[in-house]
Design a protein around this ligand. Structure first.
Ligand code: M6R
Length: 624
């Protein structure tokens, strides 16, 4: 959650810190603050609310000095007030923190018993006291940090400075992301690369329990005992431009429009054009193992889990392997049944979601093979899983996940085709047709985006609806869940996603004239070599969904339908119809996700909510 930045160099830090915080604001935006050290004095400025409010407050502040730290907060311990905002200053110490210190209460009581005054409700201030206690006994900042860390339980990334050391900023991590950016006579510490990518591309990703001691002229990486430890400097290939809105009003809209390119980039590296087949290079070592696999468990959170639900349909159809899908937050606590023949697939855009990382550890402990589908290189998930398949979506900044989702679907499609070929469930002809279909996906996504104006109108015409009910069957059921999640998270409208067949088992009671019912009912095309019965299967699904449509209609609900341009039948029944380019059963979920993203976007826009920074949310949930 929270965003962190630190700077040490020869420039005035005010602008660098504020600019970095703006680029990190998607991680949390309840309160913000910066601290600057000069001449053994630390000046701290904090305020409730967004970075804009902090910037306003600082407009006339003239800082001296050339090192400082900054923080944008997503509140966990303590309300989002100025008192609880970071940085926290205690004696010689000033720090910012991302994470949760689970045993802070026991430390708090001890500190209070010693007569220490605690000013905030946060766990972070307690740690500042602990560091300060050590420094006040004569330890250096590094020694103080090394002495305290073994006594902390929980997850953290800290960036700390001491009044007594004007050429040092220290960053340390355990379970929360932190990296160091190397510059010319200046160095940076940040929770995400986005904060500093326009300043340097030379990055050291810290590992858990590593301590980065940053001076103006050099950086040392130490272990918990203060000993030098090896590290790697990576050159990042994301460009700084990708972090900008590029003329779009919001990152979300830009990212929706980037989907054709993101899909092309994700697919391209996994196709062998000579054979015309999907061929994921990272899977080559796994191919023979895939043959004997007895189950796949997919684990993820939020939108990434919805991708996993679609993935289950792909894997069960193309590879005939039994697949379970779970919330990472449930999986990690339910003692899952896994063996050495199980593959656990963990899906995450950020690769830093706390529950997904805990699920990864659980799977590894139980001896299962782990495969990550991840967008952020060098993230904890990407580093710690046995194998990683990258979605090449580029940076996703909008809190509502869009291009990460559709590229995850493309990756799962390819995984299913590879697994199906490996275990002989699909033959080469069928695999080639599936591959040829997939190669058309970026173009189909581009055509789908041309429907934007119609969707904007649909959103504008239904703003007064009391409730939005999304339904789909089979592989479209997770898309109904995803559509509803998108709408609720950015527009705050009440929305539910359901499997269409469940309508009569309860939710139909909610349908009246004020409800909008979004029905996802494409007419699937099928590759000619698809096994017998597939086309019939799609036809049956479509007919069943049409019956559900009638049930809604007869109860007065407004029907907003998403169908295919090769199908005239929906037009007679829908109050509003969006017709997408015709596509196959497996590609339709990817295409259907796009108008639902746009529907959520325009509803939010008309309702006047903050699309890229919806209330109470943060881009990546790095605490439990
Ligand atoms: O970074 P991750 O993919 O692990 O994030 C998982 C969820 O937190 C994320 O998908 C969340 O549900 C999004 N805000 C949805 O738009």
């Amino acid at each position: 959650m929270c965003g962190i930045i630190g700077y040490i160099g020869d420039k005035n830090p005010k602008g660098i810190l504020l600019d970095g915080l703006k680029r990190l604001e998607y991680r949390g935006y309840d309160s913000a603050g910066i601290a600057v050290l000069h001449d053994k004095q630390v000046e701290v400025f904090r305020c409730q609310g967004r970075i804009e409010a902090l910037e306003k407050r600082l407009s006339n502040a003239d800082f001296k000095g050339s090192l400082g730290i900054g923080h944008t907060r997503w509140a966990t311990h303590g309300a989002p007030t100025e008192r609880n905002a970071h940085p926290h200053q205690v004696g010689a110490i000033t720090l910012v923190h991302n994470g949760i210190i689970e045993n802070y209460l026991e430390h708090r009581e001890r500190l209070q018993a010693m007569g220490r005054k605690i000013l905030s409700e946060t766990d972070s201030e307690i740690v500042a006291h602990l560091f300060d206690l050590e420094v006040s006994q004569g330890k250096t900042l590094l020694q103080a940090i090394a002495a305290v860390l073994p006594r902390l339980k929980g997850s953290y990334a800290f960036v700390v400075l001491s009044k007594n050391e004007e050429d040092t900023i220290i960053g340390v991590r355990n379970g929360a992301p932190l990296l160091v950016g190397l510059g010319d006579k200046e160095n940076f510490v940040a929770s995400d690369v986005q904060a500093i990518l326009h300043r340097t591309k030379q990055i050291i990703y810290l590992k858990d329990h590593q301590i980065a001691v940053c001076h103006r002229g050099n950086v040392e990486i130490k272990d918990l005992y203060g000993k030098d430890t090896p590290f790697e400097v990576k050159t990042i290939n994301w460009s700084a431009d990708q972090m900008e809105k590029a003329g779009y009003r919001h990152f979300m809209l830009k990212e929706i429009h980037e989907q054709p390119q993101a899909l092309a980039q994700t697919i391209e590296t996994n196709i062998d054009h000579q054979s015309g087949l999907v061929s994921i290079p990272e899977l080559s070592s796994l191919r023979s193992w895939l043959k004997d696999l007895d189950q796949i468990q997919i684990v993820a959170c939020g939108t990434a889990r919805h991708a996993g639900l679609v993935g289950r349909y792909y894997l069960e159809r193309f590879a005939r392997i039994s697949v379970k899908v779970d919330f990472a937050s449930e999986f990690r606590y339910r003692d899952p049944l896994l063996s050495t023949k199980s593959l656990v697939v963990l899906i995450s855009q950020s690769g830093e979601t706390a529950d997904t990382l805990a699920a990864l550890r659980e799977a590894k402990t139980k001896g299962a093979k782990t495969l990550a589908i991840c967008n952020v290189r060098e993230s904890t998930l990407a580093r710690d899983a046995d194998l990683v398949l990258y979605t090449n979506a580029g940076p996703e900044i909008g809190v509502a996940s869009t291009k990460a989702f559709t590229t995850q679907l493309a990756m799962l499609y390819m995984l299913a085709v590879e697994a199906g070929q490996a275990n002989g469930n699909i033959d080469e002809t069928y695999a080639k047709e599936l591959t040829a279909d997939l190669l058309k996906l970026p173009f189909l996504a581009e055509r789908t985006l041309l429907l934007e104006k119609q969707i904007e109108k649909m959103a504008g015409d239904h703003l007064d609806c009391s409730f939005f009910f999304y339904m789909g069957r089979d592989v479209q059921y997770p898309i109904a869940l995803e559509g509803a999640l998108k709408l609720k998270e950015i527009s705050y409208a009440h929305a539910e996603g359901y499997a269409a067949g469940e309508l009569k088992h309860g939710p139909i009671a909610l349908i009246d004239r004020t409800a909008a019912v979004l029905i996802i009912a494409p007419k699937d095309t099928e590759p000619t070599s698809a096994p017998e019965g597939m086309a019939e299967h799609s036809k049956t699904l479509f007919e069943k969904t049409m019956s559900n449509l009638q049930e809604v209609k007869s109860r007065g609900g407004k029907i907003l339908a998403f169908g295919s341009e090769n199908d005239p039948s929906l037009a007679q029944h829908a109050d509003c119809l969006i017709q997408l380019p015709a596509a196959s059963w497996a590609l339709n979920p990817v295409l259907m996700a796009i108008p639902l993203q746009l529907m959520a976007y325009y509803t939010a826009l008309f309702r006047g909510t903050d699309v890229d920074k919806p209330r109470n949310l943060a881009k990546s949930v790095t605490v439990e």
